[in-house]
Unconditional design. Structure first.
Lengths: 432, 432
């Protein structure tokens, strides 16, 4: 009767269970590193984005006037909100501040595979450290999230780059270059053909020869960083910072998952140092899976004291595509520990057993619809119950219940008073 | 520089940790009963609410036109969304369907204590069973949620009523009564003075004498249900249903937390059978903490096949007020298992130790800001680290690290290769 809004999704239990597993995995990694969960509003003042976000985000904003005449917007990204929160309590917060949160965001954009108008991200940020170890910790969290999802170095690679190397190289040419536009051109490099790419660099102020030379520099390997460093003091400083970050990732045990890739630029303007993007190694998921980097100027732009910051935000939809491609996405089925099946007037006992099993922490369903034996068995099968406890009138007359394992079909009678007894997860084997 | 939108909240880590504990507690109870998590959109077609929700909700709607010209609304409640989802897959879903979800909702209403424009609820619903056991299971989940939060029968009571008893009684008078309006009047009974209450009943078609008589009937105790049943066939059926629900809650082990209270009516029009509300026993939290009930006609109203349904939705803000009043709300402080403190050039070892402790599942922070010993100690104290592992250059020269318990201040040197070793949660005592 009513249609869902285009680009918005419903998640039924089977899919939701797989998504919950993925979200819990991401959050649990961040929490083990001491990132603390925060909560943020779904609406913010529209001007926060029109002032601070990139043009693309502003064009895709869901904004409107509320009943109090405020212009408000559905949050299209988290960074402005956390910057606002950080600035509000900057004095009181003990630095570095390490925050994580998982929630939906909204952008009115073209709906396509892995891209929706309502999309979920887990945001991870550190405020208050410019030390290379902070960049490295963020990279370590990213790698641990991916490996905890079951992905290996065969499945993904994280390409690391540095904004100051890019801008330093651009400024080392004898030309008046619009650095911001040139970095945007680099960000689009893989999406356009070579002539279009060189044209776009030309439009930022480089000659065609310089554009070719610049692009060749971007393809430098790690061994060639020293050569790059010779081009200017700024480039030398940036390469030193990048090396220090990579050295820290070695200590943090994640260096093998990272490759240097100066053609990685990140689209957003606010990045200032190390930037990175995660890609599907096979290329089957063709877009960047997620990205992040350092943004040292943003907090000051929000009226706070100058505060270095670094972070990233895996989007769940592309991450799901990568996990599915790699075969590590869980089967989308329900799982249930016990179904307590009641036949005849046995509810008091069935309810007692269900309650005892739930107190042990198990997922336990019991009949709440007065169904027949067959209907209950069918339902138990449908929810993938592992063990069915049959509480029948006749068995109960003998003070027994029947335990049935749904996989093997084995079943056994058990004294009702011994069930669940001292067992943590009583099954056929405990009574056979 | 930017202000948060009025009625919207930021949650910093300390408060968020307490809220996360409460949310996890609620969800974990529902999941043990076999309720399955679903995910739903933040925006729905506006007409879904203007057609189906009560007047109050429609007045408080955040609705606007999106860039595609659709009239959309920020979801003010979950029920229409789950009804839409249920109808869409009604044939394929195996009944009863048991769904749970936790998320924010939005209403433009007066901001006051425990009431915000963005508010969080955990919704719990069963579709496809009219059996009293379904009502009872929902009541059992509600009680278990409260007791798992640490609340006892001293702290709360759940008042149970029945819409069909109320309407049956109203219809048993020799008067042409607007039942819906009369039930709304009962819902406001505690909020207005007696004359205003009787006036509002009078306006629905009862005489003043009948209004007095009706109100007296509403104060019947459980023993007097038989007397009520004599008034009409409809009342008799409804009292029988109510008794069956209460009997099932006895089997489910939660009967003691429930009291019969026919003056409980619930404001929303769509309820059809048993309804209930949770109250603070001390009355200090003066509003209803949450409520729920049976709504058997709603699915059909959304274009589905007639499907009985029952559910409830605890709001987290009032629940937090109750928990705080009862002294069971957790202290809002951070908790951290380990801080790995590095002094000098010891990052490789410190990082290895931090990694090993994280693999054991602990929350472990380490320096990412190149701070002094003192600054790190201060930070470790600020995040309430239980144990500090000091990795110093001199100790490491002797192949040792120092373990320091922050509470007692005890410390001990431990061979670096034995740490963490085989210990799950190594502390001073394991090495003393």
């Amino acid at each position: 009767m009513y249609d869902r809004v285009k680009g918005f999704r419903d998640f039924y239990p089977e899919e939701m269970q797989a998504r919950r597993w993925a979200m819990d995995t991401l959050e649990s990694v961040a929490k083990r590193y001491g990132f603390r969960e925060i909560g943020t509003p779904a609406l913010e003042p529209t001007e926060m984005y029109t002032d601070k976000s990139g043009e693309e985000i502003v064009e895709e904003l869901y904004s409107f006037e509320d009943k109090g005449g405020r212009s408000v917007a559905l949050t299209p990204e988290l960074t402005p909100s956390v910057a606002r929160m950080f600035v509000e309590k900057q004095q009181a917060l003990s630095k570095p501040v390490k925050w994580v949160s998982t929630r939906p965001f909204w952008r009115y954009e073209q709906v396509q595979q892995g891209r929706f108008r309502e999309f979920y991200q887990t945001n991870v940020d550190i405020f208050g450290s410019s030390d290379p170890a902070a960049d490295a910790e963020v990279l370590a969290v990213a790698v641990d999230m991916l490996t905890d999802l079951g992905l290996t170095s065969e499945d993904f690679e994280i390409r690391v780059s540095h904004r100051d190397i890019l801008s330093g190289l651009l400024e080392s040419f004898d030309a008046d270059v619009d650095t911001r536009e040139a970095i945007r051109a680099v960000d689009k490099r893989a999406k356009v053909d070579r002539d279009e790419y060189l044209d776009s660099l030309y439009e930022t102020g480089l000659s065609y020869d310089q554009a070719e030379a610049f692009d060749e520099l971007l393809q430098s390997s790690e061994d060639e960083l020293d050569t790059l460093a010779e081009r200017s003091e700024a480039v030398a400083e940036a390469t030193e910072n990048l090396r220090a970050v990579l050295a820290a990732t070695e200590d943090f045990g994640v260096r093998d998952h990272l490759t240097l890739s100066l053609t990685t630029a990140r689209g957003l303007d606010y990045y200032t140092g190390v930037v990175f993007e995660c890609f599907d190694s096979t290329g089957e998921v063709s877009r960047s899976v997620f990205g992040g980097g350092r943004y040292d100027d943003l907090i000051e732009g929000f009226g706070g004291q100058s505060t270095p910051a670094v972070g990233f935000a895996p989007g769940h939809a592309t991450l799901q595509l990568l996990c599915q491609r790699a075969g590590v996405w869980p089967e989308e089925t329900l799982s249930t520990d016990y179904y307590v099946l009641q036949v005849g007037d046995t509810r008091a006992t069935a309810a007692r057993i269900a309650r005892d099993l739930r107190e042990l922490g198990h997922v336990v369903e019991a009949d709440v619809a007065d169904r027949s034996f067959g209907a209950q068995m069918g339902y138990a099968d449908g929810i993938n119950a592992e063990t069915v406890v049959i509480v029948g009138e006749q068995d109960l007359a003998n003070d027994e219940v029947t335990l049935k394992e749904m996989d093997e079909g084995e079943q056994i009678s058990v004294p009702v008073d011994d069930f669940p007894g001292d067992h943590d997860r009583p099954t056929f084997d405990d009574f056979a």
